[in-house]
Design a protein around this ligand. Structure first.
Ligand SMILES: *Cc1c(COP(=O)(O)O)cnc(C)c1O
Length: 484
């Protein structure tokens, strides 16, 4: 199985090469062809641990890695770094099911992929006969940055440079990033929003592709580890007796760049009994409109919301779905060109129909997000974060009569303490760090250990750049022999 560009303008490459390069040279995203998606029987894993399941999924989707090799990398990625040996435990709260993806080093779901990606990448570089350093370039809406920094820190042969929107991340997210230690890490603020930072990174990639790679969800090595927990969630739902073996399970996914939900689609194509994938958005509801109408239109106001990791108007991974559902790279290429030039496109009716067979979409605003946090706490004594609340709200709109739903819980509530306190109706004066203490005192929900003591850590990164100067900044940093 080789990986192709979604835009059809680049040679097919091995899975190892696709991981090393991140983005295809024609600007497209690497993907398998639709008829090459491997099948996997979830029943074989009813009695397995997470690592065994992950090893099979990873080696099926990335055939350059044997199952034994994948198992070794998976174990080194998660053992001792995730609070739960199940990695992604399924938690029942009353009649609802939350898939907790936030038990890793940065208390958000991107850890699941970003603890494994550096290991896949160093091994993939060896397989490609690579020598010389790789520079990882990443734009973050908040959580990816820290998770990537933690995943890549002090990995030999790799340096990582993270760009974040200067005023677009929460104080806790910012503190997590600017205090990051490690001899091979650098963090820089961009004067603009996430889309500016991401477009800037894409421009750097097209200007100087050599020796650069990406940890963004456009890297296929990011996507593959996320497929695993859809299988594990399904198996856990069967084990808990919440569904019958073979019954269809729906998933509500708080969506930004469309990576997480696309992983769910891949799991379904691999044979997992998935009903609907419920795409949940905040006020930046470009995907809600797209899934309901077939028109993708980014020409709309950008909202800063309480769920900042979903404040995105260009959902990069949607391109993979369009290719995988249509098999038509010429179509994808022209749609992406239109998006770039005019800010909108419309998919053909037949493609929209296919999308709607598998996906449905809902959005909510900040007030509804807070109401949902309060309702879940009131009904179940379960505290969820703002992103999870957006997904829970979508699950409610989807309706219990349409079958059981797993709500993907993508961050610890402690990462967004101001919104959580306000939702619970607790008046509080003080900074975000004091708010975290207040949440713990009030709810007795344990704070993730790695979020404690953040306030006292020294700031190590102060660089700021304009979007237009990102290329020059990257060149300058790449020239430096050492960052220590
Ligand atoms: C990144 C992120 C999302 C969105 O995931 P995508 O793969 O970009 O759709 C949702 N919630 C949180 C907490 C995140 O960090």
């Amino acid at each position: 199985m080789l990986y192709q560009s979604t835009r059809g303008g680049a040679p097919a490459v091995s899975s190892a090469r696709a991981i090393v390069d991140g983005l295809a040279p024609d600007g497209g995203l690497y993907t398998m062809t639709p008829d090459e998606i491997p099948k996997l029987d979830w029943r074989e894993f009813l009695a397995s641990d997470y690592a065994a399941l992950a090893a099979r999924v990873v080696s099926a989707l990335l055939p350059d890695f044997s199952e034994a090799e994948a198992r070794e990398l998976v174990e080194s990625a998660y053992t001792g770094r995730f609070a739960s040996p199940r990695v992604a435990p399924l938690r029942a709260a009353g009649d609802e099911l939350f898939l907790e993806l936030f038990h890793g080093p940065t208390a958000a779901f991107k850890d699941v992929a970003l603890c494994l990606l550096p290991r896949l990448m160093t091994r993939a570089a060896e397989k490609c006969g690579g020598t010389g350093d790789i520079l990882i370039l990443t734009a973050t809406s908040g959580d990816t940055g820290k998770a990537a920094l933690e995943g890549f820190r002090d990995v030999d042969g790799i340096r990582i440079l993270v760009f974040y929107p200067k005023d677009g991340v929460s104080p806790v997210q910012k503190a997590q990033m600017v205090t990051q230690a490690g001899k091979n890490v650098k963090v820089c603020a961009v004067e603009g929003n996430f889309d500016d930072a991401q477009s800037g990174v894409k421009a750097v990639f097209s200007a100087m592709p050599e020796g650069l790679s990406s940890a963004n969800s456009i890297n296929i090595g990011r996507l593959v580890p996320q497929v695993v927990y859809y299988f594990s969630a399904y198996i856990d739902a069967v084990r808990l007796g919440r569904i019958r073996a073979g019954q269809k399970l729906n998933f509500a996914v708080p969506t930004g760049n469309f990576g997480d939900i696309l992983a769910g689609w891949l799991a379904a194509e691999m044979g997992l009994p998935v009903g609907k994938l419920i795409c949940a958005s905040n006020a930046n509801n470009v995907l809600t409109d797209f899934i309901n109408t077939g028109v993708y239109d980014r020409r709309r106001p950008f909202h800063k919301t309480l769920s900042p990791s979903m404040d995105i108007l260009i959902s990069s991974n949607l391109e993979r779905l369009l290719y995988l559902m249509s098999g038509d790279s010429a179509l994808v290429s022209s749609l992406m060109q239109k998006l770039k030039a005019e800010g909108h496109y419309e998919v053909p009716a037949a493609l929209l129909k296919k999308i709607q067979e598998r996906f449905c979409a809902f959005c909510c605003d900040d007030a509804e997000t807070e109401e949902t946090i309060a309702a879940v706490w009131r009904e179940h004594g379960y505290l969820c974060d703002t992103h999870t609340a957006v997904a829970r709200r979508a699950a409610k709109e989807f309706g219990a009569q349409n079958g059981p739903v797993v709500i993907l819980s993508t961050a610890s509530p402690y990462k967004f303490p101001a919104a959580v306190l306000s939702a619970l109706g607790i008046a509080f004066e003080g900074d975000e760090f004091a708010m975290m203490d207040a949440i713990e005192a009030y709810t007795h929900t344990p704070m993730p250990e790695n979020l404690r003591g953040l306030r006292e850590r020294p700031v190590l990164h102060r660089d700021v750049t304009a979007p237009a100067d990102m290329l020059a900044y990257v060149k300058e940093q790449k020239e430096k022999k050492t960052w220590a």
